[in-house]
Design a binder for this molecule. Sequence first.
Ligand code: COA
Length: 170
Amino acid sequence: MNVVPLTLDYELTAFDCGDSDLNEFLLDDAKHFLEKRIANTFILEDNGRIAAYFCLLNDKVSRVEVTNSRWNKIKDSFPEGKRFRSYPAIKIGRFAVSKDYQGHNIGSMLMDLLKDRLNSQISQSAFRFITVDAYHSAIQFYQKNGFVELSQKEEDEHTRLMFFDMMEVG
Ligand SMILES: CC(C)(COP(=O)(O)OP(=O)(O)OC[C@H]1O[C@@H](n2cnc3c(N)ncnc32)[C@H](O)[C@@H]1OP(=O)(O)O)[C@@H](O)C(=O)NCCC(=O)NCCS
């Protein structure tokens, strides 16, 4: 298996993760997002098949969207004088594993790889957190991969804002 960046001339093949919005994003929107510099997509290939994909974009974790108790914990992890109203982050815009590959640890393996890759890009722009608007059905998956809920408020009826602290990567 191999992770490759989506390019404009990449030949997308069938993909079904069981969620039509996530399927359609990859097949219909991902190249537009790339072209318009809104999000970059990465594909996990397995012998010419698309096993999974995710996309990334810039984000921030702000005081206004976080519960008081969570914000206090975040704040305490920075020294006095380095406490700001927001901290830089990278958002996982989409994350999906094909139905044929679900339940075999592929999602967790891909998440580890994503964290490792982001962690080694230290010459690029700095960020402290990875954020995701997690589907309710996927909250447990993100928890198992070290993410915690940022706010008790539901972002919309389908998602919950969660984050991972890059200081946890070894
Ligand atoms: C959610 C998803 C990415 C998980 O990928 P996966 O490869 O099936 O997950 P893994 O096999 O790596 O699972 C890792 C752990 O998370 C748990 N988990 C995975 N999906 C879960 C779910 N939907 N609900 C509860 N727990 C889940 C697994 O039980 C496993 O726990 P274990 O290690 O104790 O057995 C995948 O099922 C998927 O793409 N679903 C449809 C699209 C989606 O919901 N994407 C997320 C959008 S925010």
